[in-house]
Write a protein that binds this ligand. Structure first.
Ligand code: CS2
Length: 490
């Protein structure tokens, strides 16, 4: 089948939306680190929309930090790909044109550093996932013993980590008298702009105080909140898109119609007019971030672990299970009082919208995918809320079950006795603790809560928390996820 490309774009059915600007004239202005499915269904679509309304030098050069797959799929397509929105009323297709090129950091880190340092690069955005920051999730501080950080200290001109790449490029820009680009974290981290700023500043200070001070004085690290449910693309999706386009697209992205982007408007060298296409430029991102990280992502992770253990492959199936749907209501009942609502937002209505999004039968978002990297996600998704609820003397029963379900999951065996493919930077540590504890819920919960990088130094000493988690874990082992969730919500 003929491949989607600049040459074949004109063959598409007229009904399929495509870039409505002169793509041949598009110049790069943004480098995006971590060009995964989410970025291509979110930032890249917003930017396509902004280019259509107000054309400018805001083309995106994507960079993969791990593997060449994305580049190998997109390069033959001149960066073009299909975004298939799966709405309950049926699919909507559009071709996204904002991605001009894709670099592969491990193949040629110097080329990526050069691109980052180039004068025309005015924004460096990131979706490198929580684990891509080489930080301690409990504190947000740089892990200076992280293998990638140790590598980048030894090889400052050929960095592996996003932090190392950014600092290497800023060093060149400072030397050449160029202003720093704006570094725009678009990851699900609390205070993501401030966290990225601290990591970049602290990494620079390990080798070059003057550079660190220059970054401190001149850098721009605005915070953002990003939201769109984007499941991993499957072979079936690729086949379906080819049938709909009449052209082969090796790199389609699948997502829901909903999207949201709250951005702190603090850019050093300008930006696309994203606000003209639905983004919210705000002075304070924190209320949006608390709302989203705690209510959406906290529910997502709890549902992913309980749902997987209950035998549900997707979020739609899990949230469609009456027992787990009732659990979600109880969980949101504990979270909402710990969320300062953004102005004009009704958090109960927001929870109702979340349930509808979760239950979208057209979106096949695997519980296993969301369950990944829980060590990097739990602190901002559940543990911060638990701390606030404990301080207020309020119940944490549903929240504690979310944590207990994570423990049962990372113990590595499902309710049918089959092994669970646990993906997490700390998976080896989990396996060691689980092997020592066996099915002793008290020992297992105590061992996992003792991981300070996740639970900090305080929660292991909060008896209300540790006892609730141990009790739920005991029930999960004895009665299973559904019976335990039913009992909590009774
Ligand atoms: C999900 C998020 O994989 C996960 O951890 O909870 O990717 C979620 O789909 C997005 O944050 C939704 O905006």
């Amino acid at each position: 089948m003929t491949r989607l490309s600049s040459q074949t774009l004109g063959r598409l059915p007229a009904s399929i939306r495509r870039p409505a600007y002169d793509r041949a004239a598009l110049q790069p202005g943004i480098v995006h680190l971590g060009l995964g499915a989410f970025a291509r269904a979110h930032l890249c679509e917003y930017t396509d929309d902004a280019l259509e309304r107000d054309f400018g030098a805001w083309g995106i050069v994507g960079a993969s930090l791990q593997r060449p797959d994305q580049r190998d799929r997109l390069k033959p397509q001149d960066g073009l790909y299909c975004f298939l929105k799966r709405a309950p009323e049926g699919p909507q297709l559009r071709i996204i044109g904002s991605v001009l090129d894709v670099l592969v950091a491990p193949e040629d880190p110097a080329a990526l550093v050069t691109r980052l340092a180039a004068a025309e690069t005015r924004i460096v955005s990131l979706t490198v996932t929580e684990k891509g920051y080489c930080h301690d999730p409990a504190t947000g501080r740089l892990k200076d013993d992280h293998p990638d950080i140790l590598h980048d200290l030894e090889h400052p001109d050929a960095p592996r980590s996003a932090i190392g790449l950014i600092v290497a490029a800023l060093r060149i820009r400072k030397r050449e008298g160029l202003a720093p680009f704006t570094a725009l974290s678009c990851d699900n981290l609390p205070h993501n702009g401030m966290v990225l700023h601290g990591l970049v500043r602290d990494f620079a200070a390990l080798r070059d105080d003057a550079l660190s001070q220059w970054i401190e004085a001149n850098g721009a690290f605005p915070a953002t909140m990003v939201d769109r449910i984007v499941p991993a693309t499957t072979e079936a999706d690729i086949a379906e898109v080819a049938g709909l386009l009449g052209l082969k697209d090796a790199a389609p992205v699948i997502g829901e119609p909903f999207r949201q982007w709250a951005i702190e408007d603090a850019f050093a060298l300008g930006r696309p007019k994203w606000e003209d296409v639905g983004a919210q430029m705000v002075s304070e991102v924190a209320p949006f971030e608390f709302m989203k990280l705690r209510m959406l992502n906290g529910a997502h992770s709890s549902l992913a672990y309980l749902g997987y253990l209950a035998g549900h492959e997707t979020v739609a199936q899990a949230s469609g299970d009456p027992i787990l749907a009732r659990f979600l209501q109880g969980l949101w009942g504990e979270i909402i009082p710990a969320v300062p609502a953004p102005q004009g937002v009704d958090l109960k209505a927001y929870a109702g919208d979340l349930l509808s999004r979760f239950q979208n039968p057209a979106i096949k978002h695997r519980t296993w995918q969301i369950a990944m990297d829980g060590s990097q996600k739990l602190p901002q998704r559940l543990l911060g809320t638990i701390r606030d609820r404990l301080k207020a003397g309020a119940s944490i029963d549903h929240l504690a079950l979310g944590v207990a379900a994570w423990m049962a999951y990372v113990a590595g065996t499902d309710e049918a006795g089959a092994p669970i493919d646990v993906r997490d930077p700390l998976a080896t540590e989990f396996a060691r603790i689980s092997a020592a504890a066996g099915r002793d819920a008290g020992a297992l919960s105590q061992g996992l809560i003792g991981i300070e990088a996740i639970f900090g130094a305080d929660l292991p000493h909060q008896a209300t928390f540790t006892q609730a988690v141990a009790r739920h874990l005991e029930s999960l082992f004895a009665k299973g996820a559904k019976a335990t969730a039913e009992a909590v919500s009774a």
